[in-house]
Ligand binder design. Sequence first.
Ligand code: ADP
Ligand code: MG
Length: 700
Amino acid sequence: MITNLHTSITYLKGVGPNRADLLKTELGIHTYSDLINFFPFRYIDRTQFVKINQLQQNTAEIQIVGKITSLKTVQQKRGSRLVATFMDETGTMELIWFRGAKWIKDTLKLNIPYVIFGKTNYFNGFYSMAHPEMELASAYKKNLRTAMQPVYPSTEKLSNKGISNRVISKIMQSLFQEVGTEFRETLSEDIIKNNQLISKSEALFNIHFPKTQELLAEAQKRLKFEELFFIQLQLIRRKMIRKAKIKGFNFEKVGTYFNSFYKQNLPFELTNAQKRVLKEIRKDIGSNAQMNRLLQGDVGSGKTIVALLVMLIALDNKYQATLMAPTEILATQHYNSIVELLKGMNVTVKLLTGSTKTKERKIIHSDLESGDLQILIGTHALIEDKVKFKNLGIAIIDEQHRFGVAQRSKLWKKNELPPHILVMTATPIPRTLAMSVYGDLDISVIDELPPGRKEVKTAHRYDANRLSVFKFLKDEIAKGRQVYIVYPLINESEAMDYKDLMDGYESISRDFPKPTYQISIVHGKMKAEDKEFEMQRFIKGETQIMVATTVIEVGVNIPNASVMVIESAERFGLSQLHQLRGRVGRGAEQSYCILMTSFKLSNEAKIRLDTMVSTSDGFKIAEVDLKLRGPGNLMGTQQSGVLNMKIADIVKDAHLLKLARTVAIDLLEEDSTLTKPANRFINIAYQEISKNSTIWANIS
Ligand code: ADP
Ligand code: MG
């Protein structure tokens, strides 16, 4: 049993105050324990030998056994270069030294087997290696070193100050010499055995000093599993505690509002997925705990109607309900469609946004407090302090990624008990990400589109083919359809993007002249009322073309618009492209999405475009997005632990993540407080991790 892993690394042999300072500031290593948990990010394999005739271009460092058969010094402008001919039984290559030629020449022995190690270069059909690490084969065999050499993460400052990888390896060695190789176990015997894991001690030793590839793989598996397991344990435990502790309103009955709407007003039959999700939600809100549920459903899958039905249940139980959308356009649209759906019913609904007039606003405030107002729809405006509900029962948040978690929790503080929360998102979250970022929320998925939708036909076209694209647009417009043309507007280069948009608008105005064609334009710099005006012209069919930036990205529903042209499509991310494409394909007509790009495309851009052309499944697209960009750029991850993981990777280790989650759920079902003796190691580690992790504090 080791005692003092909290000792400062200053006291470790080979470190001292100066190096300790650097290790702290550059790598965040303060204690022995930090150092032990500082893992190599790759390994150099010195167990494998390569023959010269098997050499390939652009490989990692490799090692070869052979002999030097001749040496020559080549004079060059600055100093001289030493070139050795190196042979094994399969071929010949060169070893080259640009520095220290004279000194090296004296130490090299001809016709005696050496083991050389380094990266090869390929030039004119010939391989060479510059400044190889080399050792006599006889010495190599005697040397008892680890075969796999660890490479640790480093920084420029560290290498400049002479703290090379070799130095860190040495420090690591003295650490293990000092503290030994026995470390406290953090998992239970059962978990170790059932999942074929190696012990913590073996894993820590082999992650730093692996003897073989196999042992290294075992060590990695164990440590990745452990990391993922404790994250899942925290998330699931948090969810259990919340469910047990945070009381919620019990919407026990489904009454007249819901039933009469369902019988008389519902304009279509719900899809099976919608019915299933509704059941899941009803189960939550009918228990005594607060609901905290994420509702995922691809664009057009029909989340709004689910939201409305849930709000009606709140009304049936004498509570108020609110629906928050990220933009004014969307809030207005929700408001209009909900008023339309509720026609003939005695329900009070109001809209509150930034542009609501003071007089109207005052009425809303007082009606909310008296309880006369039943459903409030709006933007951020509805989380202002002045907005006080009499008894808010449920808050529904649409298109969650536009809202920060902080804003979400603000909604809670409106009354004594927190309202139920339903967060709806149209950006499908890959399963692995959902597990690690939203693992403490309940998740429902609408994985089915309403019947009769035609898949949007998607094509990639180059700017050079613009004329034929315009011809196509004219044909569609002649059939009575409407067209979106979207330009990127990405903050950093806003001025330029804005110019692109305006240039585009002008050239489109030329190609689609009045009075045959009418064009709307909407972008972020416009006043809300102007935007609304332009939007309305398009909605009413007065304009056939809508030139816009990504303002229209989310949620807008105009069934007659059947063509989406995306300009500079290579600049959009996959989820954005998918969202944009979701604007069309909402009516009965065949819809199209045309991705316009220049010829010059990065590999990643090509993958994005190919993905869009080949699939319309939002979950598949989200998986590709996660693989391309890593979790760091995806929504929600900033607040979560996925970015701070030491060794696991939710993309590459997806199978381990799923395993860890299952194991964590099983464990907590059996021992929710982790107090059984068999789980004591887990409990100790869990306490320690929970104490140190602030990363989770932000979630829910
Ligand atoms: P989203 O999930 O993207 O918010 P919406 O709720 O806006 O989708 O629904 C998209 C369209 O599908 C709307 O016009 C809506 O009326 C319609 N819709 C929703 N559910 C069904 C259904 N079960 N059958 C037919 N149409 C439906
Ligand atoms: Mg929607």
